[in-house]
Design a protein around this ligand. Sequence first.
Ligand code: G3P
Length: 217
Amino acid sequence: MKFFIDTANLSDIKEAQALGVLDGVTTNPSLMAKEGITGRNNILKHYVDICNIVDGDVSAEVIATTYNEMVKEGEELAELHEQIVVKLPMIKDGVKACRYFSNKGIRTNMTLVFSAGQALLAAKAGATYVSPFIGRLDDISTDGLNLIAEIRLIYDNYSFETQILAASVRHTMHVIDCAKLGADVMTGPLSSIEGLLRHPLTDSGLAKFLEDYKKGN
Ligand code: G3P
């Protein structure tokens, strides 16, 4: 399972990278705005800064909503750095643009996916990644994890190569449940990754080992 971090915060990205378990980064316009990154040039520069920290794929989302504009903007993003994956919204023109980029060998991430049907279309359009938003489904009393299971079944039935990128992951149990269901990738905040570390028996066990060592030395 690949671990992506879902943020535009450089210090969180560095922290996850230093842990040695990071496979990539996902961003979106809201995450950029949260870090105060505004203006086209600053946003493009920020993507390059992120690529220079991590080794893996970095999803950069288009703002355009029409096919021609998405193609233009996506090409500009893809040219920024070889690690960039063009992130496209799951709308009609987004699907068309996904097919365009797939044909050109440019990696894509179809975002804002909330149904198995949308995920099936993304795979048919040759998406590299599909991003079902599990936390936002949970927010409206729908089972986000069930969507991961449905997509896994469909993709396995037809050996689709599109990778399931569980997104809108909010906490550590989401990460564990997505791993059980066979999501290829999860993207979440730093806290969802660091939460995997913690267990009180690890802490108390280590304290006891160190205490016993001191007694004998
Ligand atoms: O990866 C998608 C993510 O950024 C959305 O997360 O927490 O805003 O639903 P959230």
